[in-house]
Design a protein around this ligand. Structure first.
Ligand code: BGC
Length: 571
């Protein structure tokens, strides 16, 4: 994989068009089409005396050229302003009518609007909504027995991690447990990487997909269990790097569909596995690479230019989302890079646009996307405790420091939450949730700062206080000094479905020197500790550990370092 960032302040085309209005036409989901309309009312922010809310309506009836949604509050909420609808209130009754530009609502179409209000006491979600006088279902995103399903999502729950165990991959657990001290974490859930066609049946004596799912059913028992699969075999995979190039060439889109996605979808659709919550993380790095590592940027690679012009990343991801999304118990999470790659203004909303393009290609719809995952297999810190993006030193913003370098975000949590908002504003469902891979972003151990840096200047302040001790946030391979991050957990913060360990700690990111192999993997010098870098890491040393094996292979020294520098520390 490559986690690369762009050179800064590259000229960016302005994105034209109205934002904030989601109008997507897609066929009504068979499971919910009997319901004439659905309303998803979500409180976005609540500060105790006021709130903002976002409402998405889906019309399953005849096409409309104007609409009005109505509800009543049980409490004393008062709407003070609205956007993308004319929101008025009389007593407890609220009416939201279309603006001139969003009155059209086709069958199966949805649209969103938002508003701000005040209240005291409790801010309960209204019980009933009507669309043009017809009662809709109410979707509060809960998905439980008392909550009707999300539009277009079958019987999925809002957060598949909530109230569920997560599958422990016995093969990774055995590797971890075989290491001195490894039993402290061997029972943690990690991702199952379907990184080649042969992994579906089981490559080289390893468990295949069915074997994992059968084992998952055993681990599940009578409770709920989420199993985390990594979909990772696009044509021309890893176009900005070499360490995780794959088996399919840039034009092999048909092979990707028929030899990889179709067989996976067929297995997942086996009724035997219907009780599992199957989380799929979809094609890391691919779509962000189409934004940051293409011409005319100085970070472009010929392979990323090829994948952009042939459209096969977009088609592949669209196909995967559509086919996997047809399985009612699959939860698709699309890769959203990490803050140290996409947190710059010229990358951020353009990435969401590119994901939206893929999520509406090859039969996919935004409702095939349950959420997004950030920091997969990367090292970006979850929280920087000793400085924020709003700090300044001697009148200079931390954004001007060499480390932050005009990024808008200093850590993954703030980035993931902002990414969620941006995705919703570009038309993804308001209930989308985020995952953050915290497998290797702990940055603990003896070198971890214990307080803010000196306020001599912005650089001493940021560099003295930052817990991410990479040489540059564009460094992605086997980082020296990294530690295990937060242990996997559900619902850790607003908008975040879970912290997860998708990259199995101890598995290499890439070989530090060329190693012949039959996995399609190349030698990327970002994994060579003597390499002095390229534009994608702003020409810094790679920061990689020496003596690393091929990507995906067990790397004992790295595993030991990750435990040593775990944060929170291991017992
Ligand atoms: C490799 C995959 C491997 C995964 C998990 C990736 O870097 O390319 O082959 O399964 O890491 O370790």
């Amino acid at each position: 994989m490559s986690r690369t960032r762009t050179a800064l302040l590259a000229a960016m085309a302005l994105i034209a068009g109205a934002s904030g209005t989601a109008l997507a036409a897609y066929p009504a989901d068979a499971g919910v089409s009997a319901i004439p309309c659905t309303v998803d009312y979500k409180v976005q922010n609540d500060w105790g005396t006021g709130f903002t809310a976002n409402v998405t309506i889906t019309n399953n009836g005849a096409a409309k050229s104007s609409w009005a949604v109505k509800w009543s509050y049980a409490g004393n909420q008062k709407v003070t302003s609205g956007w993308n609808a004319k929101v008025t209130q009389s007593g407890t009754a609220v009416t939201a009518a279309n603006e001139s530009y969003n009155g059209t609502l086709p069958t199966g179409g949805s649209t969103s609007f938002g508003f701000q209000g005040t209240y005291s006491g409790t801010n309960a979600v209204p019980a009933t909504f009507t669309l043009d006088g017809v009662t809709c279902n109410v979707d509060d995103g809960g998905g439980g027995p008392t909550n009707p399903p999300d539009p277009g999502t079958g019987n999925r729950v809002d957060n598949p991690y909530s109230g569920a165990k997560v599958y422990v991959n016995p093969e990774w657990a055995a590797n971890a447990a075989a290491e001195p001290g490894g039993s402290r974490i061997a029972n943690q859930p990690t991702g199952v990487w379907l990184d080649r066609v042969a992994a579906i049946a089981g490559a080289g004596g390893k468990m295949g997909l069915r074997a994992h799912l059968d084992e998952a059913l055993k681990q599940k028992g009578s409770g709920e269990l989420a199993v985390q699969l990594v979909i990772y075999d696009l044509p021309g995979r890893d176009c900005a790097a070499l360490a995780s190039n794959g088996e399919f060439g840039p034009t092999d889109i048909d092979k990707y569909k028929t030899q990889y996605i179709d067989p996976i979808a067929a297995i997942l659709a086996d009724p035997k596995y219907a009780s599992l919550r199957i989380v799929t993380t979809v094609e890391l790095d691919s779509l962000p690479n189409l934004v940051t590592n293409v011409s005319p940027r100085n970070t472009a690679t010929p392979n990323c230019d090829t994948m952009k012009s042939n459209g096969n990343y977009i088609k592949g991801v669209g196909y995967a989302l559509n086919k996997l999304g047809d399985v009612p118990n699959v939860y698709n999470y699309v890769d959203a890079g990490h803050h140290g790659w996409l947190g710059w203004d010229d990358n951020f909303s353009a990435t969401v646009q590119t994901i939206k393009q893929a999520a509406t290609a090859e039969g996919a719809t935004v409702n095939d996307v349950h959420g997004f995952i950030t920091n997969t297999a990367n090292y970006s810190a979850l929280k920087e405790p000793y400085y924020t993006i709003n700090d300044s030193v001697n009148g200079k913003s931390v954004r001007e420091s060499k480390w932050v370098d005009w990024n808008r975000y200093v850590d993954e949590l703030s980035y993931a939450q902002a990414f969620r908002q941006e995705a919703v504003s570009q038309g993804f469902a308001s209930g989308v949730g985020m995952l953050i891979d915290t497998s290797r972003n702990g940055w603990g151990g003896s070198a971890r700062p214990t307080g803010p840096g000196a306020k001599t200047d912005v650089d001493t302040y940021v560099d003295g206080g930052r817990i991410d001790r990479r040489l540059n946030t564009g460094n992605w391979c086997n980082q020296s000094g990294a530690g295990l991050g937060e242990r996997p957990q559900a619902s850790p913060a607003a908008g975040i479905d879970a912290y997860v360990w998708i990259k199995p700690p101890g598995e290499s990111d890439g070989a530090s020197s060329a190693i012949p192999n039959d996995e399609g993997k190349g030698f990327d010098r970002m994994c060579d500790p003597t390499y002095t870098g390229n534009p994608r890491n702003n020409n810094h040393m790679s920061g990689a550990l020496p003596n690393a094996p091929l990507s995906g292979h067990w790397f004992s020294a790295q595993f030991q370092q990750l435990m040593q520098n775990a944060y929170p520390p291991l017992p």
